[in-house]
Ligand binder design. Structure first.
Ligand code: PFF
Length: 441
């Protein structure tokens, strides 16, 4: 039997889980999604969903992981409900799909770090994006990014994940604070903030259902929910920690970084009169490339920005790989190193089509975020809400004294409102996926 590790310290666990949560989703996806989807109205919908749907599900994943001390698929059998392994299987599949294209985008980021240092995109940000994002370069840097991720996971929970997160997560915060402070001094700052945060309650009221799928998808993605990262990370946790306190910290830091990223990015764009554009995986890179070309000390600012993005992406990517590696090592009794190598190589091959065609990347993204993650979350809400209620409540209160009413509220949130919201989001997501696939054919 492969020996299970545990986190060395509570802070190490919190940083690793926060590192998983904080990633491309916060710095790359969130600010633009907010700007595209109605500014502050979207922000409000997102914040409400993070607290009412995200937090209860983080707790649900923590409970399953810590109680079972197993990987995301083995956990359910360990808890005496082997049939619900389906949750883990959906989650691990989502992880596979996400990691396969997340590392492609990670590869773009690496090329942008280099491009900022050398000035390669100066003057031609759009052409640079095209050479970076699709084709041989994209595949090569995808492999390189995956190699970094695998190297960390191969080192294990304490020496790999915990140590890397302890250095990288605080670095991301510091770099973003520096960038936001610099952004605040630029002439475009107030216009940028207004674009990002302009309150429009009318949109919120008139378009609540339109905002819901995107806001819920983002809440899921940013908290690394629905695919067992939080199950796996909590499975390396002892009984003496308060799951509620830890999840609150993770949630607050994750949200803070998403907001901070927007506060850094929009002043850059508005200072240079760059149109933030709408949607599409390349917009951020092209728009920011244009801004960094023109800003004072733009190459340095660009390097710092893409370095922060790289570190954030890395701590998220290795959390996904860990989910699958934990499953493989524990199920097939294979050592961590060969298991990591095998999973990384297979995932890399699965991701190659996304490095050759951006519309394939978009389909992977929709499949994972709007369908698989949501399915995983929905099934987990049903499991904890209706099937494993007593065990879940007992685990929730282990390590901390929690008012009974809070536990009851948690269960009832999972039972009805969360199931209803996720069912709606899933229904919508299947439609979006069908459309995207049809577009490919
Ligand atoms: N939370 C990460 C981000 O916001 O970029 C992405 C992510 C990591 C999603 C891990 C899902 C996951 F399991």
């Amino acid at each position: 039997m492969v020996q299970r590790e545990s986190w060395a310290t509570r802070v190490g666990f919190i940083l690793a889980a926060t590192g998983s949560a904080v990633g491309l989703g916060n710095i790359w996806r969130f600010p633009f999604l907010t700007a595209d989807s109605g500014g502050a109205a979207f922000l409000v919908a997102y914040l409400v969903l993070v607290v009412t749907v995200g937090l209860p599900l983080v707790l649900a994943e923590f409970v399953v992981g810590r109680r079972s001390q197993r990987n995301v698929i083995g956990a359910f059998a360990e808890l005496g409900h082997a049939n619900w392994r389906l949750i883990g299987a959906v989650g691990a599949t989502a992880g596979f799909v996400i990691l396969s294209y997340y590392s492609v985008v990670g590869g773009w980021v690496m090329q942008y770090v280099l491009g900022s240092l050398t000035g390669a995109y100066t003057g031609n940000p759009a052409t640079y994006f095209d050479t970076v994002s699709v084709g041989a370069n994209a595949v090569l840097f995808d492999a390189l990014f995956m190699a970094f991720v695998a190297a960390i996971v191969a080192l294990g929970v304490r020496s790999g994940l915990e140590r890397a997160a302890t250095v990288m997560v605080p670095s991301v915060v510091v770099l973003l604070v520096v960038l936001a402070a610099y952004g605040a001094t630029l002439p475009g700052a107030s216009e940028g903030y207004a674009f990002y945060l302009s309150p429009d309650p009318a949109t919120l009221l008139s378009d609540a259902f339109g905002l819901l799928p995107d806001a819920a998808g983002q809440a899921f993605f940013t908290l690394s929910l629905g695919m067992g990262v939080m199950v796996t990370y909590a499975s390396y946790l002892g009984d003496d920690r308060s799951l509620v306190a830890d999840s609150l910290i993770i949630l607050v830091v994750d949200t803070f970084i998403a907001l901070l990223a927007g506060l850094a990015i929009f002043p850059f764009l508005f200072a240079e009169g760059v149109d933030p554009g709408t949607g599409g995986p390349g917009t951020v890179f092209v728009a920011l490339g244009t801004a960094f070309t023109a800003l004072p000390a733009g190459r340095l600012v660009g390097t710092v920005f893409y370095l922060a993005l790289f570190l954030a992406a890395l701590t998220s990517a290795f959390s996904i790989l860990e989910v699958i590696v934990a499953y493989v090592t524990e199920t097939f009794d294979i050592d961590r190193r060969p298991a990591t190598l095998a999973v990384a190589v297979v995932t890399f091959f699965v991701g190659i089509p996304t490095a050759l065609d951006l519309s394939v990347l978009t389909v992977y993204d929709i499949l994972a975020n709007q369908v698989l993650l949501i399915t995983g979350g929905l099934l987990l809400a049903l499991f904890i809400g209706w099937v494993y209620t007593d065990g879940a409540l007992a685990e929730l209160t282990t390590g901390s004294a929690i008012d009974d009413r809070l536990g009851t509220a948690w269960i009832w949130l999972l039972r009805l409102p969360i199931v209803a919201v996720l069912a709606y989001v899933l229904f919508n997501g299947v439609g979006v996926l069908a459309e995207a696939v049809a577009g490919l054919l």
